[in-house]
Design a protein around this ligand. Sequence first.
Ligand code: NZQ
Ligand code: ZN
Length: 386
Amino acid sequence: MFNFTFHNPVKIVFGKDTIKELPNLIDPDEKILLLYGQGSIKRYGVYDQVLKALKGYKIVEFPGVEANPEYETCMKAVEVVHKEKINFLLSVGGGSVLDATKFVAAAAVYDGKDPWDFVAGNPKAKIKGALPLGDVLTLPATGSEMNTNSVISRASIGEKRAFSSSYIYPRFSILDPMTTMTLPERQMINGIVDTFVHVMEQYLTYDVYAPLQDRFAEGILLTLVQEAPKVIKDPKNYNVRANLMWASTLALNGLIGKGVPGDWATHMIGHELTALHGLDHAQTLAIVLPAVLKHQKEQKVTKLMKYARNVWGVTDKAEPETINAAINRTVTFFNSIGMPTQLSDYKLTPKDCQPCVEKLKKRGSKLGEHENITYKEVAEILELAA
Ligand code: NZQ
Ligand code: ZN
């Protein structure tokens, strides 16, 4: 196992009717910027619950954060923070609203010229602080509620980039599974697939003898495989919703990835597909993951065998068949919950994705746990995803 440091300071408040805990989590003297999306929280009563809980607080609202949050929108929120002298940010919504909030928290106190520099990974652009933030999460998927990451898009230059800083950990995250009951099926499935792929990016690499992390990962995958059909059949089942929500958080709160290698090639390629073609985040992952596994079979052989055995119960076949079976079972699982897995499902071809390859070439990207996936391999992976 590799050396590691693990420090996760996020207070999780989990369960039914937990939005009313807000006054116990935010100081009454704070002036709050309440960020939210395109209206789901108003339609489904979450907004009312938040305002009721925070009665008497000084609140300025910032609605309109879009899915795949835009840099320009976030910069408008930064202006409001300065103008209104905001000192606490509250995100109410899915991962996009929360990622936008994290960006605003860091950008509002950034001492460099342009906060885009830290998003784009300019080595001179250092985040040295952030405003405090908290969130009420309404969509289990990203793990953003308990991690240091944020993903920001900039359509004007065709970019979608992830950045990370320990300063942007939420101070608290309220996870009330009741809020997830109103999710459209597409978003619910997106959340399951995103969670699945977060686990795979940390588990399906090479073996460093970390059986506990492997068991954590397999536990989350098995839970998803078991609970996903149930939530589709019985979307109002609170316990199923609760288990899926907690699985999403644990998939990307840092724990299962400690001491083990990380892949993240699927995510990096997926972000480019979203930036270019506007597919949902999870839709891109479901296309790219099976192709990455096929392409990297040899490098991932030990873990693929373990995955086949411990997640899919494939024990009776020779090695190549076992690996193919594990990849096929993954595809079948995604398809069974209504998630397509090929570019052609979106009327796209590998040729349509060539600009993604060019972008990774220009950036000199070396992806995957062995950093052996350059733009050339990305082109091959996209062919396998046709
Ligand atoms: O905007 P509103 O009206 O709120 O509607 C949203 C949005 O249209 C709707 N929604 C959210 N909660 C709902 C609901 N509708 C009904 N009932 C509810 N309870 O769902 C739509 C999608 O929301 P969004 O926040 O975009 O989805 P998600 O949570 O999947 O976030 C996706 C973003 O997170 C990034 C992705 O790249 C993408 O930009 N990621 C962030 C990560 C992180 N910070 O660690 C890691 C991930 O890998 C991912 O890259
Ligand atoms: Zn993801």
